[in-house]
Write a protein that binds this ligand. Structure first.
Ligand SMILES: [Zn+2]
Length: 119
């Protein structure tokens, strides 16, 4: 009777030892680091004026300057602005103006978010 109990315990211990040895050689069980959150990446950053959150504050004269000074990011050609196509949007309790530009050379399009401010 005692022999059966000792034998069972011995078999269990040997099986556990073999399991631990195999897991050390080639991990079968998940490790604590498998449950850690992957590092969160910061939200993508937009250049000034590329997104509502980075709207450029501009007075009337600065706005005129912005309209005439845009260059295509692809070919560096001057970009044409169509003031009639301007959009007005409200973002974060601010009234923004969205200027739309089209490249004269390659036809690329771009929008610029501007926050009109009194001079
Ligand atoms: Zn272009």
């Amino acid at each position: 009777m005692v022999g059966a109990i000792v034998g069972t315990i011995a078999i269990v211990l040997v099986t556990v030892a073999i399991g631990i040895w195999i897991d050390r050689k080639k991990p079968l069980l998940p490790r604590p680091e498998d449950f850690t959150e992957p590092e969160k990446l910061p939200p993508p950053q937009h250049a000034a004026g590329e997104a509502p959150a980075t709207a450029i504050p501009a007075s009337e004269s600065q706005l005129a300057n912005l309209r005439s000074s845009q260059r295509c990011t692809a070919c560096r050609a001057r970009m044409a602005d169509d003031p009639a196509a301007d959009d007005r949007v409200r973002y974060d309790d601010r009234d923004l103006l969205v200027l739309h530009f089209t490249c004269d050379k390659c036809g690329a399009k771009r929008s610029l978010y501007v926050e009109p401010v009194p001079k």
